[in-house]
Design a protein around this ligand. Structure first.
Ligand code: 5GP
Ligand code: ZN
Length: 135
């Protein structure tokens, strides 16, 4: 995609801080890191969302992600690994990428602190999602 910033990085048209590359993924440092070492694992092919991947390529990309995570575990013991999928989930760049975010004691990051709510509809929600997942 010509107007995609990650496609431009992949094509070498924009500079980046590369830390790992294989046939399916490029891992670079995030330009605005949430913590030191914040790494983006970017799909080599342009897919806006996870569900756009063909099955085999998806599995290969997951293997690349796992490899990066294994290596990053030597950098910091604790990591948040997340993908923002969709605008409402905070996805700014519609080209699949995972964030691998190093965590350290007392770093003050609040990724894991969503506002927990009581939901009286768990039974209903379970039925809906369960049927969608088993279609
Ligand atoms: P998203 O919100 O789409 O999950 O995350 C996009 C991420 O890409 C952000 O954390 C942002 O800092 C990072 N980013 C955006 N533009 C660039 C860039 O040109 N270079 C690098 N290395 N990271 C970028
Ligand atoms: Zn792209």
């Amino acid at each position: 995609m010509s107007d995609c910033i990650f496609c431009k990085i992949l094509a070498g048209e924009l500079p980046s801080w590369k830390v790992y590359e294989d046939d399916y993924a490029l891992a670079i440092l995030d330009i605005n890191p949430a913590s030191k070492g914040h790494t983006l694992v970017i799909s080599k092919r342009h897919y806006p969302h996870m569900n756009d991947f063909p099955e085999q390529e998806y599995l290969a990309f997951m293997a690349s992600l796992r490899k990066v995570v294994k290596g990053m575990k030597k950098y910091t013991e604790a990591l948040n690994i997340l993908e923002n999928d969709g605008k409402d989930a905070g996805q700014l760049v519609p080209h699949v990428h995972f964030h691998v975010i190093p965590r350290r004691p007392g770093d003050g990051l609040q990724i894991d602190l969503w506002r927990a709510q009581h939901d009286p509809d768990l039974d209903k929600v379970q039925k809906t999602i369960q049927s969608l997942l088993n279609e």
